[in-house]
Ligand binder design. Structure first.
Ligand code: AKB
Length: 316
């Protein structure tokens, strides 16, 4: 049975991934961690939890040793929009945090999963059906750290045999924990505002397509790739994966099917719009499908139905 340390365990992905992994591997085998606690009643604290700053390699290594961890899932990172506000901090956390996790993995012979992103692509990348192996010249600091991270993970695999694996996540949509500081966050906020206000002002412009995915598919992607047969993996860092691609008008139209009075207008944010413009419209995820059986369950329609139901229950 694996013993997994999850960094960024209270973030948008981490808070749901920890529960998903505890259901698979057992509560005691998943050590959640984050830089600080966040809400005393969090269900995460039902199993092992440690305060871990990924910039502190020594402390992280002690936690790995304390729990006999054999796998790190490294999620702690700054996202695209917040990274543009503070590029130096994005570089520090995203690169030095990952470097520390790779060094610990090398020394202690651990496996390491860390996500890359559609942000690893840039304006020179073919925007439609973006291939697995293609031009990667991103124009955000977040994207730069994601490409460098992919290369670094490949380096540790080839040079030291560290079992590194990763996916390029699109925008992730979920109802438990809000994302913090991304460009794709509009596709989460729109559901909250639809229920609470019946209207939404989009900071992403009409006609801007980006890849997206519902959180249950993202969680399955991580647990499936983690257990995938290594002999079948031609790629490792990192696989294109996607579940849907849409623009704001399409998500609004889907919400209107459930909330007929819902209305949307636009107040475009130039920073996040230019980031979105530099990213692909839709990814080709055939390598992930072929090499480890990637097969998402949710499309825009089934996701919208589930999101609205779950959020109505949560928000009352
Ligand atoms: C962001 O918008 O920064 C993230 C991502 C696509 O990596 N959601």
């Amino acid at each position: 049975m694996r013993k997994i340390l999850v960094t960024g365990g209270l973030g948008q992905i981490g808070s749901e991934l920890v529960i998903h992994l505890r259901n698979i591997y057992g509560d005691d085998n998943i050590v959640a961690s984050d830089i600080h606690k966040n809400g005393d009643e969090s269900v995460i604290y039902g199993g092992p939890f440690e305060i871990v700053d990924v910039l502190d390699g020594k402390k992280t290594s002690e936690v790995v040793s304390k729990y006999n961890v054999d796998t790190i899932i490294h999620l702690a990172a700054l996202l695209s929009a917040v990274g543009e506000k503070n590029p130096a901090r994005a570089w520090d956390i995203n690169m030095n945090g990952l470097f520390n996790m790779l060094e610990i993995s090398k020394e202690r012979k651990l496996s390491l999963f860390t996500p890359s992103s559609i942000a690893a692509f840039g304006p020179d990348t073919p925007a439609d059906n973006t291939p697995q192996d293609t031009i990667q010249r991103p124009t955000t600091m977040y994207g730069v750290t994601k490409v460098a991270g992919e290369l670094l993970c490949d380096y540790y695999f080839k040079k030291y045999g560290v079992d590194t694996r990763g996916v390029r996540f699109p925008g992730l949509i979920s109802y438990q924990t809000l994302p913090g500081g991304g460009t794709t966050d509009y596709a989460v906020h729109i559901y909250y505002d639809a229920i609470q206000k019946g209207r939404y002002t989009s900071y992403i412009d009409k006609g801007t397509y980006m890849d997206m995915m519902y959180m249950p598919d993202a969680l399955n992607a991580i647990s499936t790739l983690l257990e995938a047969d290594p002999s079948k993996l031609i790629h490792r860092n990192a696989f294109n994966i996607t579940a849907m691609s849409f623009e704001p008008e399409q998500i609004a139209a889907e919400i209107k099917k459930h909330i007929p009075n819902f209305e949307m207008d636009y107040n475009v944010d130039s920073v996040r719009q230019s980031i979105a413009n530099s990213w692909p419209n839709s990814l080709d995820d055939s390598a992930a499908r072929e090499e480890w059986g990637w097969n998402p369950k949710y499309d825009l329609s089934s996701m919208t139905k589930d999101m609205l139901e779950k959020l109505r229950t949560r928000l009352g």
